[in-house]
Design a protein around this ligand. Structure first.
Ligand code: CA2
Length: 148
């Protein structure tokens, strides 16, 4: 990995995208969303590394590794968004841009989804735009790296 590498992290159950709840999350698979991110990254001369995990500690390990290996983090923490303070703390120790992405718009859903413990340590949050959110997130990373 290099300083042009963006770590894209996907939280629990996102490996099931495309199989269930298409009315909420769309029909695209996680690989489809990653293809969108990779296409956007290529335009900006960036590379994508990706980890999906159903385990909070694995995501924390990946965030810690990104401190030395990656220029930025794009994270859809899945349901960890709403309560995983260990992910919050790991992200707080990362120096580069962090963008939080959600396929759906949690603010328009159940009240328990309205809290994000990731938002306070992210440069910004993109929610409700499906795959476009990944393109927008990579565009935001590129802009933030260019202005750093
Ligand atoms: O909208 C998003 O991207 C979410 O991060 C998705 C999470 C949810 O807990 C957040 O509130 C918002 C859930 C991802 C679960 O994805 C599934 C996909 C197919 C079948 C079941 C779950």
């Amino acid at each position: 990995m290099s300083t042009r590498t963006v770590m894209v992290l996907s939280g629990p159950n996102l490996n099931l995208l495309g199989e269930r709840e298409p009315e909420v999350y769309g029909a695209n698979t996680l690989d489809d969303h990653l293809a969108v991110a990779r296409e956007a990254a290529t335009i900006h001369g960036l590379e994508i590394d990706h980890l999906q995990s159903n385990h909070e500690g694995e995501l924390v390990d990946a965030i810690q590794a990104a401190r030395t290996d990656c220029a930025a983090i794009v994270i859809n923490p899945g349901a960890f968004t709403h309560y995983a303070w260990a992910i919050h703390d790991a992200l707080a120790a990362f120096d580069g841009p962090i963008i939080e992405v959600h396929l759906s718009n949690p603010a328009a859903r159940e009240p328990w989804r309205h809290t994000s413990v990731v938002a306070p340590v992210a440069a910004g949050t993109i929610a409700g735009f499906g795959s476009d959110g990944y393109r927008l997130a990579i565009d935001a990373v590129a802009a933030l790296l260019a202005s750093a």
